[in-house]
Design a protein around this ligand. Structure first.
Ligand code: PSU
Ligand code: MN
Length: 308
């Protein structure tokens, strides 16, 4: 049984949950390991601001000194963005981080696990993890966690560094429904199209709220993954993207980078090689996803889409 004393929900988030107001969970690996300083802290603050402006309460999730935190204050955000030795915490790392009182930035998997236990229903991120390319199938723990957490996860698809068809198949096998937000195709993180279909299209927070409610009424346990393409003006050209990626992948191979280091390494390499273009896309899509997640959370809390 989960010992709730390991969980610290901020006062603001607790009050919102109690009153049935909209709350949006935000992950923290993107702050600690996904973006360079000072852009990481600026982005973390900006995402919280966007959620507030849309009428919801932001709940950034992280492990601080071994405590599972839901809702951080500014000094905790800063500690994640600038602290040394902040661990990347996926599901398998939770026990180590808590037992040893570490600081940890939570991945999509880690965030889903914690936010789910705190009773949150909507979560915004950049791109979910998935099946990596290459001979050894490195499969992100994000996938099984999505399959067993009944949350609505807003993202820009899976990161383009992954094997997208394999990732899509995995989600299908495990019953995770992909919803295109204003689109028919799964986006590919830095680019708007992956050439793979979504399962359904929705054009408003209300429509997504209706799907999420129905999922819950059916007792289905998998997440609803809502895909939002990167805004067109920040998209990275698909051909440029492929070039950057094959360079980053061969560099990772040469240096023997793997495991938890792989995703941050590829993102950082492409950020430098593109002169910041991939970073610009990354921040733009994070902002857009926070925006859409807030609309969904507000629709859910107001009962929109529940009419019979
Ligand atoms: N999306 C981003 N930047 C990131 C990530 C996603 O824009 O840094 C992170 C997420 O936290 C995701 C993690 O859960 O990468 C996946 O890592 P892995 O492939 O090691 O499971
Ligand atoms: Mn991995």
């Amino acid at each position: 049984m989960f010992d709730r004393s390991l969980l610290k929900i901020s006062e603001e988030v607790e009050a919102a949950l109690h009153e049935g107001r909209a709350v949006v969970a935000l992950e923290s690996t993107v702050i600690a390991h996904g973006l360079p300083r000072p852009l990481n802290l600026e982005t973390a603050r900006r995402l919280e601001k966007i959620v507030r402006e849309r009428g919801a309460v932001p709940a950034t999730v992280a492990v601080i000194g071994g405590v599972l935190c839901v809702g951080l204050d500014d000094s905790q955000l800063e500690r994640l963005a600038y602290g040394e030795g902040v661990r990347k915490v996926s599901r398998r790392d939770l026990a180590v981080a808590v037992a040893r009182r570490l600081d940890g930035a939570t991945t999509v998997a880690g965030t889903l696990w914690i936010a789910g236990r705190a009773g949150l229903k909507v979560f915004a991120t950049g791109g979910i993890g998935g099946v990596h390319r290459g001979a050894l199938p490195d499969v992100s723990a994000d996938l099984p966690e999505l399959a067993r957490t009944p949350m609505t996860v807003v993202c820009s698809g899976a990161k383009s560094v992954l094997d997208l068809p394999a990732t899509r198949e995995w989600l299908e096998t495990h019953g995770v429904c992909l919803v295109g937000y204003g689109c028919e195709e799964m986006p590919a993180f830095y680019t708007r199209r992956a050439g793979l279909p979504v399962d359904a299209r929705a054009d408003s927070g209300r429509e997504v709220a209706q799907l999420a409610r129905t999922r819950d009424a059916l007792g289905l346990e998998a997440a609803l993954v809502v895909c939002v393409p990167v805004p067109p003006e920040s998209e990275v050209d698909a051909r440029v993207m492929e070039g950057l990626l094959s360079e980053a992948l061969s560099e990772a191979g040469r240096r023997g980078v793997g495991g938890r280091e792989l995703t941050p390494f590829l993102l950082a390499h492409m950020g430098r090689a593109s002169g910041g273009a991939t970073l610009k896309a990354n921040v733009a899509l994070l902002e857009e996803n926070a925006h859409v997640a807030s609309e969904i959370a507000v629709a859910l809390s107001s009962g929109a889409g529940a009419e019979k």
